[in-house]
Design a protein around this ligand. Structure first.
Ligand code: 1HE
Length: 266
């Protein structure tokens, strides 16, 4: 790896390895259950802002038995209001680099996905959970509040009522319930989450880049817009995507019987 920014991120516990067109980003702080220190958050930001040009999709994983134990509580300092705002905003920048970066991101979840770890997972575009996964927001019981974008992103997955319950009561969801509620889109046997995430990312990497861009950057914004604005943004985005030579080639291939049909599944 020749990029000094990625080398520094690796020294701070976030490594990047290319598997074909897929960048596999790994949190490597297993002794602390990948708890997110300030330097780990910076390393996540720097990694996703500096993905190699050949990366067309990414996977985020955590070394060890847990995906991520959330905020590094040993760094929880007495901050005045201004410092607290900046700390939270630094998380927002880092997790925005995941959600609104250059390529779709698949999170490979296992073990604890809690607090800021759930906030990080929520910034990914798809979540694959293995059977060991559990989800919690212990901020409520620690006397604090989410600060890494969780109040915006988590309700989009499971709704405000369920998030409120999790934070008020310390409720923990297991992998099966988590998939049913919408935390994860895929539930796989223990130990197979990373393989499944790489398989999905490899497929996503073959999509037309403008389609992936539209799904990452236009769709979530359209979903926030009043319907009237959303219809216009959709019309603009779809016309831009359709006008790309790659879209025309793909449609022509289907019409000439050279592209796969949609297959019914069981
Ligand atoms: C930590 C952290 C951490 C572990 N900060 N050091 N997050 C939480 O409240 C979750 C706190 N962690 C846990 O509940 C458990 O550690 C786990 C369920 C994740 C894993 O349990 P286990 O039995 O595998 O590990 P452990 O023995 O509890 O932890 C191993 C070590 O990691 C231990 O340190 P050691 O020096 O004694 O070996 C733990 O202290 C350390 N460790 N989790 C610091 N989170 C932007 S705002 C976001 C706000 C939040 O995220 S609040 C939720 C914080």
């Amino acid at each position: 790896m020749s990029n000094p920014i990625l080398e520094r991120a690796a020294q701070h516990g976030v490594t990047l390895e290319m598997r074909g067109a897929v960048a596999v980003v790994t949190l490597r702080r297993p002794a602390k259950r990948n708890a997110l220190s300030d330097s780990l958050i910076e390393a996540i930001r720097d990694t996703f802002q500096n993905l190699p040009a050949e990366a067309k999709a990414a996977v985020i994983d955590g070394e060890g038995e847990h995906f991520c134990a959330g905020l590094d509580l040993s760094e929880l300092k007495e901050r005045d209001a201004g410092e607290g705002v900046h700390h939270s905003r630094n998380w927002h920048v880092a997790l925005d680099a995941v959600q609104y970066g250059r390529v779709p991101v698949i999170a490979a979840l296992h073990g604890a996905v809690v607090g800021g770890g759930l906030e990080l997972a929520s910034a990914a575009h798809i979540r694959v959970a293995d059977e060991s996964t559990f989800y919690a927001l212990p901020e409520g019981t620690r006397g604090i509040f989410v600060g890494g974008g969780g109040s915006v992103r988590v309700p989009k997955l499971i709704g405000v009522a369920r998030m409120t319950d999790m934070m008020l009561t310390g409720r923990v969801y297991n992998a099966v319930d988590g998939e049913r509620l919408g935390f994860a889109q895929y539930l796989v046997p223990q130990g197979t989450g990373l393989d499944k995430a790489i398989e999905l990312a490899t497929r996503i990497a073959t999509n037309a880049p403008l389609t992936n861009y539209a799904l990452m950057h236009a769709l979530p914004r359209i979903a926030e817009q009043p319907a009237d604005h959303g219809f216009l943004t959709e019309a603009l985005m779809s016309s831009i995507a359709q006008s790309a030579p790659e879209a025309k080639a793909r449609v022509r291939a289907f019409l000439e019987g050279k592209a796969a049909k949609v297959q019914k599944t069981n």
